[in-house]
Design a binder for this molecule. Structure first.
Ligand code: ZN
Length: 242
């Protein structure tokens, strides 16, 4: 069965900033969809904040294998109920790819259980280092490559210790950042990927697009999704006891 991908984008910067619209005239979600479009056997839908129910009603999440998330200026407008629904889907097996300023998105912060804060400043040259070259998300990606201009995100990044740190970002000002981190949550997997500031053509970059394609494949559920939330059942002992 085809892999079902839902791309969620807040979709606001594109409407108010000509600099953003220049790179993403149809929205960041449209360029992400284009980047993933070369994957075989996938179905891609997009959703934005202004869609009814944020475009993420239960029937959409139930039909999503991997959810991408780009948000920045309106994290607070995502209802708690929607964030809880996303987290429940992850715990039951959905993959979750959180992009750039999505580090402060409600469902990501809830899944991490920490503040997810970081340091940031104006824009600079970034060099992305592949520090787990054998990882599935790093396939086809060189040992390091340059992003000419990107918003600086630096440590300390208040996340739990990642299960895997695939990429490390270095900025020309001297800062470093854990730019590509995998977390297992319940039966699902989460990948946070830092590059993606809205005023630069980051999602047009060929290596970035390859990383997104790799990540979607990696995050895809490996077993059928649980239908019910995880629970604490009273379970009989598997061994017979006297
Ligand atoms: Zn940004």
């Amino acid at each position: 069965m085809a892999l079902s991908i839902t791309i969620w984008n807040e979709g606001l910067h594109e409407k108010t900033s000509p600099a953003v619209a220049a790179h993403y005239p149809d929205g960041i979600h449209a360029v992400l969809a284009e980047a993933l479009g070369s994957l075989e056997d996938v179905r891609i839908r997009t959703a934005t904040l202004e869609d009814p129910d944020c475009g993420l009603p239960p029937e959409v999440l139930d039909d999503t294998d991997v959810l991408l998330w780009w948000g920045h200026m309106a994290h607070g407008r995502v209802p708690d109920e929607t964030a809880a629904r996303v987290d429940d889907a992850v715990l039951r097996g959905m993959g979750f790819l959180v992009l750039h300023s999505g580090h402060m998105a409600k469902p990501f912060v809830r899944l991490m259980g920490t503040s997810c804060t970081l340091t940031w400043r104006d824009d600079d040259r970034e060099r992305l280092w592949t520090i787990l070259p054998a990882h599935p998300i790093a396939q086809g990606i060189p040992e390091q490559f340059e992003i000419p201009m990107e918003e600086m995100y630096g440590e300390p990044f208040d996340i739990p210790e990642p299960d895997e740190t695939v990429f490390l970002g270095w900025f020309a000002g001297g800062e470093v950042f854990r730019s590509g981190c995998v977390f297992r949550r319940g039966r699902g997997r989460v990948f946070y990927f830092q590059p993606g500031h809205e005023t630069y053509p980051i999602y047009h970059h060929p290596h970035v697009r390859q990383i997104l394609r790799n990540a979607v494949r990696y995050l895809a559920p490996t077993a059928p999704r649980r239908k019910e939330p995880l629970a604490c059942p009273n379970a009989p002992a598997p061994e017979k006891r006297d």
